[in-house]
Design a binder for this molecule. Structure first.
Ligand code: FAD
Length: 399
């Protein structure tokens, strides 16, 4: 049995936990991170994360500040515009198409899209040798003892970690959040999302497109070419039974339905590799801190995948937590640090969860009256320049 000593213990080596480890170490804190499962670093292997993340501008700034961006940028596809297409019926009839251009908000792209399994691979390599970080894979968080000046963590290989601050980044069923006695509120929608990769005939022109129809959006997010072919990541939300049918459908039939659902926007789409399926919920932790435990990432908030908010919101948690911790370098788990963190993040998370929840309810509806509201809302948001820019700024995250 080994006892590790560190400033910070992080439970969970998903993207949120990996980034938190890199960011805290870059600010001079010693970090122990543990995850029972090592990341799957090839797309075709079982368990690989086939989602992609459109990292927004604040995320890129965070990666630059801690030296991660040079590892990630070569695998990213810049996003120049976000298009929203409103459709109705089946086969979908296009009612309106609006484009939100990054150039409205300055000269930079509004985001950079990367496959999650690639991000986890790159961060995993980085964490092996990064100074100040002990990355433990194959063992996870098991128990928590809170003392006034430290936390004592038990790992399931019987090692212990003594730290000033413990960060729960261990996903939506977070065992550390539970051990800290933090409750969650959960909304279920009866929807599921498919996530997979396609190659397609026509170029995506760096435009990320959300196509609305009953069941939720069909979202196309540009990727770097695969085997010399145009490629995109797809997130396709549906009511649960339909999503399960699509998951199990033979590939030729699936490609036909996908082509129809995409309104033929990028020509024929060819499925590359496996499909993955995800339940859609809104879940928020009722507290973001308890004692010396801070909760970040999906442990703090799981949101429907609309508007690239989920992981970007997690990175904003990390920015706020490290920002509070550097004010108290001798004790990053001091009560004042966690109070400042909670005050910085709770209102933003609650507001994002509310807006995405409302948006999802309108977006998935097949009722004509609700669809009319969706169309009118899209026109109003897009048509009035200050409103459009305000929504785009809000989507990028707090400044
Ligand atoms: C279909 C879909 C599409 C999405 N698209 C986007 C997008 O475009 N943009 C965006 O910003 N977000 C998106 N999201 C959200 C985003 O993918 C998630 O928020 C993010 O991947 C969650 O990362 P995480 O590190 O918080 O949690 P996880 O990835 O769940 O990681 C948690 C880790 O904790 C580990 N763990 C579990 N138990 C223990 C334990 N006892 N001890 C230690 N570790 C433990 C697990 O092994 C895991 O590695 C999407 C979500 C979905 C469902």
């Amino acid at each position: 049995m080994t006892t590790h000593e560190a400033d910070i213990f992080i439970s969970g080596g998903g993207i949120a936990g990996q980034v938190a480890a890199a960011v805290f170490a870059a600010r001079g804190f010693s970090v122990v991170m543990a995850d029972p499962v090592a990341p799957v670093t090839e797309a075709d292997l079982d368990g690989s994360d086939l989602r992609s993340t459109a990292f927004l501008r604040p995320a890129r700034a965070l990666f630059e500040a801690c030296g991660l961006w040079p590892l990630l940028e070569p695998h990213s596809m810049p996003l120049a515009s976000l298009a929203v297409i409103d459709t109705t019926g089946w086969p979908p009839i296009v009612r309106d198409r609006r484009t939100f251009a990054a150039s409205d908000m300055g000269t930079e792209p509004f985001g950079w899209n990367l496959m999650n399994w690639v991000v986890r691979r790159e961060l995993w390599h980085y964490l092996q040798d990064a100074p100040g970080i002990t990355a433990l894979y194959g063992t996870g968080f098991k128990s928590l003892v809170q003392r006034s000046g430290e936390v004592i963590i038990g790992l399931d290989n019987r090692d212990r970690v003594r730290a000033r601050l413990a960060i729960a980044a261990d996903g939506k069923f977070s065992p550390m959040r539970e051990a800290a006695g933090i409750e969650v509120s959960t909304t279920r929608y009866g929807q599921k999302s498919l996530a997979f990769t396609v190659t397609h005939d026509l170029p995506h022109d760096n435009i990320s497109t959300e196509i609305y129809n009953e069941g939720g959006p069909f979202t196309i997010v540009p990727l770097p070419d695969i085997g010399g072919k145009h490629a995109s990541a797809i997130v396709w939300m549906n009511f649960g039974p339909r999503a399960v049918d699509l998951m199990e459908m033979a590939v030729p039939a699936f490609e036909e339905v996908m082509f129809t659902r995409s309104t033929g926007l990028l020509g024929w789409m060819h499925l590359e590799g496996r499909r993955s399926i995800w339940p859609i919920i809104t879940q928020t932790a009722k507290q973001l801190a308890e004692g010396r435990v801070a909760v970040v990432g999906e442990a703090a908030h799981a949101l429907p995948p609309i508007g690239a908010q989920g992981l970007n919101t997690s990175l904003n948690d990390i920015i706020a937590l490290v920002g509070a911790a550097v004010e108290s370098p001798a004790d990053p788990g001091a009560p004042a640090v966690l109070k400042a963190f909670e005050a910085a993040r709770k209102p933003d998370i609650a507001a994002r969860a509310r807006v995405i929840d409302a948006f999802n309810r309108v977006a998935r509806s097949g009722e004509a009256a609700v669809q009319a509201v969706r169309l009118a809302g899209l026109k109003a948001v897009h048509g009035i320049a200050p409103v459009r820019k305000g929504v785009m700024r809000a989507g990028l995250g707090p400044r």
